[in-house]
Design a protein around this ligand. Structure first.
Ligand code: KIV
Ligand code: ZN
Length: 534
């Protein structure tokens, strides 16, 4: 009973992890990752040792194409996959974006459910078969490794889906992925469906069967697990379970389910589970999707024991109430502690241990920030460092930045704030506002300085570590210029963290709007591609 990686897995029991954080995950509302952030996440996914990274959907925008291409060029190890509908233009774009990878894959899809065929594609079954055949053939003429998905398969006629999958296999697809696109199926039903496909699709046992489950009924992990037990050997999942609507199967949950219960089913992955917690924090910070405290595996309370009986048991013997050791998923494993006397070298070494290569100007900036924080906090831990460096990496000189703020507040007067914002030209713009409270006044002053309208959608404050002097981390999600965007900020002072988070969210919304304008799109057309996607 352990989460530790055990002896190597026989090839027949080895489950491939197909990570779609940067594609299906990135489709979650409010997520706006730029190329640099996507490459950073992809590199971390490489350290986590996932097998496949679905890096994006290149036809959807020049920005998406550029990010997929940058990942294909930068990230070694995993297969780099680009998504494409069955259209020639999609497949060409996917191929051009991934072709520089050592191990490229094209993933093409078309719906097989009648609901989608009639209402969305507005075509018929024969046409779907023809499109699937042509798309897989074209993809195979460009790339050795091709995956095919019959979208909305679990609501489709299994016989018809089998016919389409048989065509894809015959045309050379090496992976057949069966999506539960709307999160509708159940473990028993999915098992029956996949078993039936094995009966109906000639050659299915010679290719990799894959599962892709959404969490609308909270069954994504259970359904994926059922699919693996039925014979699938690839699972599509996303870090922290992000994705369309209720999200995808959570990567950390399926990985630890397989590892912890390996004795039961024999299946396992090659994932380095000690990287799970850090990957989860990185994705949460970059996407602005806060992790609920009781989230399995990576939630703040996933290993916390509150009741006296449980605490007593764990103190006597950890396994009384713990089925996994938190250190095996990378929680509480790092003992780095720096203080205000630590120098630049110590900081660089500590950052290296955490997987950040910070040199030159970036190191100077990180050191300055570290000193400011070490002056206010007795001990700077690994979690603090990770938060500070991530925060510094978000600071961009070509966008809006917080220069300074001042706020007057109290229970007997109306709060009033003045804020100076560094605008992209390098000048400062000062804004002023009063509000319901100091945070509201600061947000109003930022809007005044940037001369932008925006509506706050959510505001979350959390502490990076425990203790009274903990760093505060604020996540803001807002709606501006026709799009949802998020931003985060870290500081010992919650008001400063709030101001940073708000400025970043606003910058992300404005940048996103500018990119769309440059790409000739209106805000309403943000949900590319123009014909329906997954
Ligand atoms: O949910 C879905 O059907 C998808 C496909 C593109 C695999 O994301
Ligand atoms: Zn999906």
């Amino acid at each position: 009973m352990s989460g530790e990686q055990t002896a190597s897995v026989p090839p027949t029991d080895r489950v491939q992890i197909f990570d779609t954080t940067l594609r299906d995950g990135e489709q979650s509302p409010g997520i706006s990752l730029n190329t640099e952030e996507k490459v950073e996440i992809a590199e971390q996914l490489g350290r986590l040792s996932v097998d496949v990274i679905e890096a994006g959907f290149p036809i959807t925008s020049p920005g998406d194409f550029e990010a997929v291409q940058a990942i294909a060029r930068a990230v070694e190890g995993p297969v780099i996959c680009g998504l494409a509908r069955t259209h020639k233009a999609d497949i060409d774009a996917a191929w051009n974006a991934i072709r520089d990878s050592e191990r490229p894959r094209i993933h093409t899809f078309i719906s097989t459910s009648d609901i989608h065929i009639e209402h969305q594609l507005q075509t018929d079954r024969e046409d779907v078969k023809g499109q699937a055949r042509a798309a897989v053939a074209l993809a195979r003429s460009l790339c050795e490794d091709v995956e095919f998905s019959p979208m909305d398969a679990t609501r489709a006629d299994v016989e018809f889906t089998a016919e389409v999958c048989a065509i894809a296999v015959a045309e050379g697809a090496g992976v057949i992925n069966i999506p539960d696109t709307v999160g509708y199926t159940t473990p028993e039903e999915y098992t029956r469906y996949l078993r039936r496909l094995y009966e109906l699709v000639p050659g299915l046992e010679d290719v990799t069967l894959s599962v892709h489950c959404h969490d609308d009924l909270g069954l994504a992990v259970a359904n994926s697990y059922a699919g693996l037990l039925a014979g699938a050997r690839q699972v599509e999942c996303a870090v922290n379970g992000i994705g369309e609507r209720a999200g995808n199967c959570s990567l950390e949950e399926i990985v630890m389910l397989l590892r912890t219960r390996r004795g039961e089913h024999g299946l396992d992955t090659e994932v380095d589970a000690r990287e799970l917690a850090r990957t989860s924090r990185m994705v949460s910070r970059r996407t602005g999707y806060v992790i609920q405290p009781n989230k399995a595996i990576v939630g703040r309370n996933a290993f916390a024991h509150e009741s006296g009986i449980h605490q007593d048991g764990v103190l006597k013997e950890r396994t009384t109430y713990e089925i996994m050791d938190p250190t095996t998923v990378g929680l509480e494993s790092n003992s780095i502690v720096l203080g205000k006397h630590s120098g630049r070298h110590a900081l660089r070494d500590a950052l290296e241990q955490l997987g950040f290569k910070v040199e030159g100007g970036a190191l100077n900036q990180a050191f300055k920030r570290f000193k400011e924080i070490a002056d206010k906090k007795k001990q700077v831990t690994a979690l603090d460092l990770e938060a500070i460096v991530s925060d510094e990496m978000r600071e961009r000189t070509d966008s809006y930045g917080l220069a300074w703020f001042e706020v007057e507040a109290g229970s007997r007067r109306e709060p009033n704030a003045r804020v100076a914002i560094r605008i992209p030209s390098g000048e400062e713009s000062v804004g002023q506002a009063s509000g319901d409270g100091p945070v509201d006044a600061i947000f109003g002053a930022i809007r005044d300085a940037v001369e932008a309208d925006s509506e706050l959608r959510s505001y979350t404050v959390s502490a990076v570590t425990e203790g009274e002097d903990a760093l505060g981390e604020v996540t803001v999600m807002l709606h501006a210029h026709g799009r949802l965007a998020s931003g985060q900020g870290v500081a010992t002072d919650i008001l400063e963290a709030s101001a940073r988070a708000y400025v970043r969210a606003l910058s992300n919304a404005l940048d996103g709007a500018a990119v769309r304008e440059a790409e000739g799109l209106t805000a309403d057309a943000a949900q590319l591609p123009t014909t329906p996607g997954p």
